[in-house]
Every structure is written in C-alpha cells, then in structure tokens.
Design a protein around this ligand. Structure first.
Ligand code: ADP
Ligand code: MG
Length: 276
C-alpha cells in the first residue's frame, strides 16, 4: 500500500516538520514551497468538496493532481489561491500561512503564484506581450498601466519570456488571434514575467490537441528543471502525468487517496484512484 493515503491525512510529515512561532513552518531544508494541512471545504449547499487533504510540495518539483471529474481538484487550487475560504485547514506558502494572514499579506504572496487555466485566461484584445506584462501590473502605478507606459526593462523581460516559450514572433499579435497552444504558452510566459515561483495549472492541456499538450507540459517541466519553478498541475490524462511529472497526488471524492513518486504509480494505483 506504499503511497496510498489512508486515515487522518493531517498526520503526514509531522516527523520532520514543526510550526515556527509566528504563523510560519519550517522543515529541515529551510522554508518549504507549499504545504496544505487538513484542508476541508464544504460549500454553502452542503457539498463536501475536500476533506482533510494534506500534502507538501518540494521546490522545483512538478506534481500532478489526478482524480475523476468532481473529485475536488479545482476546489483545491481555489483554496490554495485564497479565492475561496476553506472550511477547515491551513495553506502555507514559502513559510507563510495563506489562510491565517491579512488580505495584504495574501496579495503579496499571490504575486509569486501564477495560474494557468484550461481556457487560456488571457486578455483577448491585448497582444501577447501586454498579456505577459499583466503579470506584473500590481507593481506599477495605475497611470502607467492605463497608458501602456511600461518601463523598458519590464518590456525586455516580457520579450525574453516570450522568447523562452518560442513566441517572440507573435509578441504584438492579439491574444484572440493565437492558437490555443500559443495562448497557453503566453500564459506560461506571463508566469515568467510575473517572476512567480509557483505555478498552479488547472487542466492546462484539456483544450489542446495531443501534440500541443506535449509541448505545453514539456515546457512546464523544463521551467521546473531549468528555471527553478515549482508546478502543481491538475490533469485528466494519467499518461501525461506519468510522462512529465515527478509525483502524483490522487484525489477521490474530496479525499487524498494517493501520494506517490511517479515511478511508483502503477495499475493498482490507477484502479484505486478511479474505482467508483
Ligand atoms: P474537479 O475540479 O475535480 O472536477 P471541483 O473542485 O470542481 O472538482 O468540484 C468538487 C465538487 O464540489 C463537485 O461535486 C462540484 O459539483 C462541487 N462544487 C464545485 N464548486 C461548487 C460551488 N461553488 N458550490 C457548490 N458545489 C460546488
Ligand atoms: Mg476542475
């Protein structure tokens, strides 16, 4: 049963880890990237979307969250981002509690967390470069944003990010004139321009053809390996998770039922995760 998570998920990892004094946590390697502890979300209609989910994400790792539709994957990401408030539990990002902090601290931490959605959440009427720069607008005065007066070094950074995803040639093309795969790569370039350290990707390849899906996931993996980013990615396709991710978390009916290095994910894990 190695890697299958049973019972009280809130007890994992306690051996190596302890709370700091003032709303921080640390492990032996210093501050961790992301820790989710006993996360439960009950929606207003009584639906229990998450129940006691706990795990920890190491820096520079690429982790897949697998699970049937309705398992709670999107709810998990929305709780981590602070878009919805968990009913119970904690989220820690780089040693800072996101669930117990002030709105200002939450906003500050969120500048380092980028999101990539299934439907390429770009500003459709803006060009690729402007969409990248959007990742840093919270650092600029409003008038500069309104008149697109971006500092030259920021423009350079946006162009370099587009170059990194091999889209420099469409920097000035409107987002809605790009293919789905190109739009998703712009979203990745936006995460780079944002200087995010964590990317939360919710089914980022669900709307893409298989070849483009490989390109996008290969790019995300290379960001972990070469740029030192950390990626947590909801996926539907088990085979893609096995090919690109280091680790697989499995959620079923709101519970974390699997937490394994990818090499240990086998047919039995799959049956365990997708059984009705
Ligand atoms: P997944 O992303 O794995 O498909 P979700 O997190 O979207 O799952 O949904 C988990 C469960 O919570 C589902 O049963 C869904 O219907 C329910 N749910 C999601 N959002 C809401 C909401 N705003 N209000 C009530 N129930 C919700
Ligand atoms: Mg979802």
């Amino acid at each position: 049963m190695g890697g299958w998570v049973r019972g009280d998920a809130g007890t994992r990892g306690r051996g190596e880890m302890g709370r700091g004094d003032a709303g921080t946590w640390e492990n032996s390697s210093g501050l961790g990237m992301l820790r989710v502890e006993g996360l439960t979300k009950v929606y207003d209609n009584g639906r229990v979307a998450l129940e006691g989910v706990s795990f920890e994400i190491a820096p520079h790792s690429f982790t897949a969250v697998l699970g049937p539709s309705g398992a709670g994957k999107t709810t998990l990401m929305r709780c981590i981002l602070g878009l919805i408030r968990p009913t119970h539990g904690q989220v820690w990002f780089q040693g800072q509690s996101l669930t117990g902090c002030s709105p200002r601290q939450l906003q500050q931490s969120r500048t380092q967390i980028a999101t990539i959605a299934q439907q390429f959440n770009l500003v459709r009427r803006r060009n690729a470069l402007e969409n990248c720069l959007g990742g840093r607008l919270s650092n600029l005065p409003l008038w500069r944003c309104a008149f697109s007066q971006f500092p030259p070094d920021l423009l350079q950074e946006g162009l370099a990010a587009l170059d990194r995803v091999q889209l420099l040639d469409v920097a000035f093309q409107r987002a809605d004139q790009l293919s789905g795969g190109q739009q998703q790569r712009v979203a990745i370039a936006r995460a780079l321009t944002q200087r995010a350290s964590l990317i939360l990707a919710d089914e980022p390849v669900a709307s893409l053809d298989p070849e483009t899906a490989h390109t996008v996931l290969g790019l995300l993996r290379s960001l972990c390996q070469q740029e030192g980013l950390t990626v947590l990615c909801n996926l539907h396709q088990v085979e893609l998770a096995r090919e690109y991710c280091d680790r697989i978390l499995g959620i079923q009916s709101g519970k974390l039922v699997l937490d394994v290095p990818t090499a240990q994910f086998n047919a039995a894990s799959m049956t365990h995760l997708y059984k009705s």
